[in-house]
Design a protein around this ligand. Sequence first.
Ligand SMILES: [Zn+2]
Length: 226
Amino acid sequence: MGTDTLINLHSHTIYSDGDFTIEQLAAAAERSGVTHLAITDHFETSKVHCLRVNHFNDYLQEIEEARRRHPRVKLLAGVEIDTDPVRCDLETLPVEMLNQLNIVLFEYVDDNGSTLETLAPLLSQLTPLRGLAHMDIERIYAGKDPEAVAQRFGDFDMFVEVNTAWPYRRDGAPFYERAADYYRAFHGRVKVSVGADVHHSLAEVGNLVLPYRFIRRHGLERDLLF
Ligand SMILES: [Zn+2]
C-alpha cells in the first residue's frame, strides 16, 4: 500500500461534467501507470449535468467493460454526492444502488452542505469506501484542534482526499498544503486518498507528482487507501 501503487480516486466522465468516456480514462490510466482509478461522476444533483438513476446500470456496465479491456488498472466504480440539500435530495438517494459501488465521495461536507452528523443516517447504510472531497480543511476547521478533527473523521469512517484540481486552492496554495498539520494528525487514524478530479484533460489522470510528494513529505504513504 502506498509504495507500489499510484492512485487517482476522483474523475468525471461524460456521464456528468467530464469531457471523456470511461474507456478513455481507463486507457489513460493504463498508459500513465496509474494502478487504481476511480470513476466518480456527480450523482443526482442539480449543480451540474450528472449521472441519474435511470443511467446507473449503463454506467456500471461501461465500467465493467473498461475493467475487462484494461486489466492492469484496478478500476473502481464510484460517484460524488453533493451534500447541499437544496441541490441533492439526500433522503431519497437510492442506497441499494450506492451499495453496488466501490467508493462514494461527498462534497461540501461541513461547508455549505450537510454536516457529518446530518449525514450519519445515510452513512450508516452505506457499504462502499466513503470520503471527503476537496475540503478546505484549514478554513472550515479554523481554530479546531487537528487531533479532534482527525478523531471525528475517524469516528465517521471517512477518508480524506488530497485533491489537486485547480479550483481547490486559496492564496496560491492547494487546500491540502494549507492543511498539512491536519493531514499529519490523520496519520494512523484517517485514510488518505489522492484525486486529480479529472474533467477536461487526459493528462490529469496520471499527473500525480505533487500530491505524492506531499504524502511522502508528511509520512502518509501507509495511510493511503491503496
Ligand atoms: Zn469532482
